[in-house]
Design a protein around this ligand. Structure first.
Ligand SMILES: [Zn+2]
Length: 165
């Protein structure tokens, strides 16, 4: 089980490394990330959020869309996107802050599955939303970076967002 890293921890801003070895240790990391995400009641978790600077994230939106199950995305890369959607986001690394973020509503994603197979797939709805949020983590970006200054101030005045982040 992993500990969650919170906003202000430099690992959340660090560059991540592509994964090139698909072995037992990767499988264990993925398993532990899924267990951690479930324990924290999150719908997505990126490796930097548990201290690993790796291009890896897990997503499980089954609490929103029943037919989905936990999935891992390795070296994910958005190659196309379309539309626009405003949805409220939160982040396990930024407890109690939730706010609207505008992002494309659909994405085309290139990634590797846990067996090292290259895959290409399109996503929309919540799956696209969570994937974009998690892929941002792999690039050191947090959803609060998108908030306009007046909204940041509100969260900062509530003491839920640091002055500098
Ligand atoms: Zn997050």
């Amino acid at each position: 089980m992993y500990k969650i890293r919170y906003i202000g921890d430099p690992v959340l801003r660090r560059a991540t490394k592509a994964i090139d070895t698909f072995d037992k240790s990767l499988e264990t990391t993925i398993h532990n990330m899924i267990v951690t995400m479930h324990r924290e009641e999150g719908i997505g978790l990126a490796a930097p959020q548990v201290g690993y600077s790796l291009k890896l994230c897990v997503v499980d939106i089954s609490s929103i869309e029943e037919e989905e199950e936990p999935r891992a995305f390795i070296n994910p890369e958005i190659i196309d996107s379309w539309g626009e959607d405003i949805l409220e986001e939160g982040c396990l690394s930024i407890p109690d802050v939730r706010d609207d973020v505008s992002r494309p509503e659909g994405i085309r994603l290139k990634y590797f599955d846990e067996n090292g197979q290259p895959r290409e797939e399109s996503f929309d709805g919540w799956m696209a939303r969570v994937l974009q949020h998690e892929i941002d983590h792999l690039n050191g970006v947090l959803f609060v970076d998108y908030l306009p200054p007046f909204k940041r101030r509100i969260w900062q005045q509530k003491g839920l967002l640091p002055e500098k982040f």
